[in-house]
Design a binder for this molecule. Sequence first.
Ligand SMILES: Nc1nc2c(ncn2[C@@H]2O[C@H](COP(=O)(O)OP(=O)(O)O)[C@@H](O)[C@H]2O)c(=O)[nH]1
Ligand SMILES: [Mg+2]
Length: 471
Amino acid sequence: MDRSTIAAIATPEGIGGIGIIKISGPKALDLASAVFRRGSGFDDENGGGPRAGLSDEFRSWRMYYGRICEPVTGRVLDEAVLAVMRAPHSYTREDVVEIQAHAGPKVLQNILDLLISQGARPADPGEFTRRAFVNGRIDLTQAEAVADLINATSDAAVDMAVSQISGGLRSYLESVRQALLSVLTTLEAAIDFPDAVGEDIDTEVQIGILQDAVLDPIRDLIQTYEAGHFLRDGLQAVIVGGPNVGKSSLMNRLVNRNRAIVTEIPGTTRDCIEATLINQGFPVIFADTAGLREDPDPVERMGIEKTREYLESADIVLFVVDAGCPARSGDLRLFEELADKRVILVVNKSDLSAPDRQFDQPPRWAQVPCVHVSALYGTGIDELRQRIADCSIYSDGMQNRRFIPNWRQKSLLDQIYQAVSDALTGLHGHGSFELASIDLREGLSRVDEITGHYVAPDVLDGIFSQHCIGK
Ligand SMILES: Nc1nc2c(ncn2[C@@H]2O[C@H](COP(=O)(O)OP(=O)(O)O)[C@@H](O)[C@H]2O)c(=O)[nH]1
Ligand SMILES: [Mg+2]
């Protein structure tokens, strides 16, 4: 166990009202008392301010007003307030002191340097949260949610991260783990003591527990991954279609900004242009693309290649056609290429569609949702936004569910699902308890990797290095 005392500037770089330096570890209080003098500067005139003195004079969950001074020269670095949180009632479960000073980069750096000269070590990214995890205050799902909360860009993402930090996912997985463990213990008892225990085991009961208390909850979590991922990272919506159908106009309408240039000249948009909209609480990142056409110039060709790259990673494709023009052969081909994508057909320029200009929709296109809009006048845009929200499988009901927002957790859940399914198949087919228990052990280790009961150090390094310094 690392017994060093770490320190870092916890507030963002730049100039502001208050900047915070955080210290955590066994020497946090000693360090604070070495550099802190209680009281205002006026006390000096009365023979020097009272030194905080011994670090054990600091009381937990108290704030102290004073100055940060270089112990040898007495130079005052800033006026400050100390917040003292003694172990184990702190973020890291160690002694923690937060120094609230003025948020000038030089001021904060001076204080940090002073603490380091007194024996603190600069904290690594995420090291405070890592200590909270190592010291058992939070599990890994909670630690990961801290980074999600800091990075959240929508209310729904905030709610999701807060629920995970509060231990929602942790307790859900804990009950899965208990159920898995109980079946495993039963099977292993039967393996070890076939005469005494083996006879009495009702395999159907064990199958029932695995199905209801392990497999179903894991499947539910996996299904929420997509919604969780959209909430956290945003939904990537790529706008494609032929030249001049109104793709750029549509994006501008959707995000209420003139983000992309609109002209009547085909081939205006050459690069992919992104703009973000918070749609019903979750972020949608629209990408306006170069129109796909048959004989592009070299620059346009590069734009079209980029369009294809965007399409690869698209969560949803807005396929735009002109209400007045029948589907072109390029459209038909593109549509076929998008067979495995979620597509919304957007029939634009509906303001122009007269009976003789009716959009002629190929039968296969009828399988995808279709919205008639006018990007020019804004009609149908709300309906389109609603369709996009529907595609994210996000609805009010989802808000109360636990999400699996990160890929690491999702891939481990897939492995648990597979292992437990294999065990169930074996048990259904009257296979050996030995084989089933190997699968269940596998499932159990993957649960422990999610919560951090057991996880390899390099995995932890990867997770915490994504946090910022001072968190
Ligand atoms: N009447 C009408 N014109 C539109 C509509 N949307 C776009 N346009 C016009 O169509 C032309 C091409 O639009 P633009 O957004 O640049 O198309 P893009 O090439 O697909 O990006 C411009 O002259 C737009 O003003 C619409 O809904 N109705
Ligand atoms: Mg355009």
